[in-house]
Design a protein around this ligand. Sequence first.
Ligand code: ZN
Ligand code: ZN
Length: 328
Amino acid sequence: MNGSSIDIPDREKARVHWIYLVPILGVHCLACLAFMPALFSWSGLILALVTTHLFGMFGINICYHRLLTHRSLSMPLWLEHCCATIALCSLEDTPVRWVATHRLHHVHSDDVADPHSPNDGIFWSHAGWLFREFPNRRTLAFYDRYARDILADPYYRYLERRPMNALNVYLLQFLPFGAAGFLVGYCLEGNVSKAFMLAASWMVWGVLVRTVLVWHQTWSVNSLSHLFGYRTYATGENSRNNWLVALIAAGEGWHNNHHHDPVSASVQHRWWEFDLTYYCICSLSWLGLASDIVLPRHIRKAHDRTVPRTVAEIMAVDDSLSRGHVSG
Ligand SMILES: [Zn+2]
Ligand SMILES: [Zn+2]
């Protein structure tokens, strides 16, 4: 697909995107509080590692990426919204903006309109692209083109109309983390000041450190998985299968497999390409909490199942549905 005027970035007009730069730098700086001995706790460290996987996998991998962007599965709406709220707790943009940006990446992978191609430098692809504001990617026309189905949901539309609420969700999560730390600390130590210190430790490790780790997980897929690793498929861009990114991002590093078959709920094409996120989706299905799971292309072909196979096709189907050209 050729880039249209709303896809192509106008780099001449790109200004510093303070609304992203300040929180991202701020959270990185505050997360350094974890190096203070008084704020270290083994329970905080374990909390950070566990929540990094949980928030990254349910919020970003399953909800934002495989469900909302690629429609690889369905969930009950209440659970989908819960997972989207978990994604907001990772401060990775609203659902509409995340989905629109990621679909733009798939449609224009590694060409001039790709929002985060390493062709523009590894730092740019990792995080630098977030610090530049491209007005043509903050318009209703852009969201309408790339995320019309997401905008149709009242909850996601509400978040888009009041983006400060996304920030409020992020800030509110300090309360349960702090309260849980205080309760556990008080039960174990019977001492209010020690309970406060554990509460502070859990807020630093469970929220701030975890946010930084989830960010770099996601960003590594955009940067490292388009630079380093092997290619199983000639996909027409530079996506790679990167075992390190797959390990830290619960399967998302098998990125060449993903670009080959974006709609599949699984990116595991060989036995060693372990996709933890897919097994989590299978567990949800076993519990009756996930359905319409799209299997890999070779299995779909064997069963003669047809589903939209590219982001452009998903957008085209959505477009024709919303205009009433297709029924059922
Ligand atoms: Zn990619
Ligand atoms: Zn994708």
